[in-house]
Design a protein around this ligand. Structure first.
Ligand code: TRP
Length: 355
């Protein structure tokens, strides 16, 4: 281990048996979290959950419902339990398998809070204040700029480092948080002992799927722009209605014109759920200037219904079975706690908190 050049080298402990403390090597451990705020939508499915379902077959996975994170912006906990249950039910309905991945609730793994505390001493005010998500949320909610909001990225780093995860399947909006998790991990490693691998964003090298909103403005959203977002909990009539209202126009008047953005978006949505024959047909219709958007939307609506309805029904069934939901979360917490406890023994040892 390199001994020079570290500012806090004098604080490092003499740890001889670190390997004994760490049960598994950090390779191939996956971790990600979902905040239980708002309803899951098609963008969550194609952007995240679908990858989780694939990853659970290939890696040691920890997927977590970030209820503690939600307290930074949602102090009212009246609906928290229901929201946690719904996120769990919807993920399972999408194919997440609690026998393969550990799927747990953040507050059920108490070591999260302990590691968060230690990491807070390694996080500087200046860097926390510069975080884009902090500045955004502070602007949106000037009456509740609490310390938890400021240290949100520290809690996220704790989630990740607690399992010594290396692969984090998240979207672009989480890149800065991941960068900070790497910073805190490296700081800990230099100051105390080399425990944490550097967590890196993970995706399957496929082009990132686009799930645009139905009105041609931006992406689908958990809480905003609900009429232009397809939720996994939407009923068939709502799905059809939303799709029929998607922004179109009278169609091209000439052959082979450039597709407007909002029409491109509708084709992007078709690519998610429609057969390639159907997409080819409507692409040809567009190029021949014979396209009928009413027909297209009717077919897209039906395919969306066929895609979402089974997920909604499975989630609904599970939501009615509180006992089963509890079992799933307990099973997940048991696995997550085992991994967390092993890491924390090493962390306490490294920090000299072992007397
Ligand atoms: N901050 C993430 C989001 O808003 C959720 C999250 C919490 C998370 N803990 C995490 C993501 C750990 C990845 C890893 O989407």
């Amino acid at each position: 281990m390199k001994k020079t050049g570290f500012r806090f080298n004098y604080l490092r402990r003499n740890i001889t048996n670190m390997n004994e403390l760490l049960i598994s090597t950090p390779k191939n451990i996956v971790m990600s979290g979902i905040r239980p705020t708002g309803f899951l939508h098609l963008g969550n499915y194609f952007g995240a959950i679908r990858n989780y379902v694939k990853m659970q077959n290939e890696f040691e996975c920890y997927f977590m419902v970030a209820d503690l994170h939600s307290l930074t912006t949602h102090p009212d906990t009246k609906e928290l339990k229901q929201n946690v249950y719904r996120v769990v039910a919807e993920n399972i309905a999408c194919g997440l398998d609690p026998d393969k991945a550990s799927f747990y609730c953040q507050s059920h793994v108490r070591e999260t809070s302990e590691l968060y505390l230690y990491l807070n001493m390694l996080a500087y005010m200046g860097e926390l204040e510069k975080t884009v998500t902090f500045k955004d949320k502070a602007r949106q909610n000037p009456d509740n700029i609490n310390a938890g909001l400021l240290t949100y990225p520290v809690l996220q780093a704790a989630d990740i480092l607690l399992h010594r995860a290396g692969y984090i399947p998240v979207g672009k909006d989480q890149e800065q948080h991941l960068e900070m998790a790497r910073t805190f991990a490296n700081r800990f490693n230099r100051r105390y002992a080399n425990i944490f691998p550097e967590p890196k964003a993970f995706n399957y090298n496929v082009e990132l799927v686009k799930v645009p909103s139905l009105d041609g403005t931006g992406k689908m959203s958990k809480s905003e722009n609900q009429a232009a977002t397809l939720y996994l909990a939407d009923d068939d009539i709502t799905i059809r209605k939303k799709v029929m209202k998607a922004k179109t126009d009278n169609g091209p008047t000439e052959k082979n014109t450039v597709m407007p953005d909002y029409i491109e978006n509708i084709f992007a949505l078709m690519k998610l759920v429609c057969s390639s024959d159907k997409i080819e047909k409507y692409t040809a219709d567009f190029n021949n200037a014979t396209i009928r958007y009413g027909d297209l939307k009717k077919e897209l609506g039906e395919d969306m219904v066929n895609f979402i309805a089974p997920i909604r029904l499975r989630a609904k069934d599970l939501l009615g079975d509180e006992k089963k939901l509890k079992e799933i979360m307990e099973q997940g917490a048991e696995k997550a706690n085992k991994s967390a406890k092993a890491t924390m023994v090493a962390v306490r040892e490294a920090m000299g908190l072992n007397y």
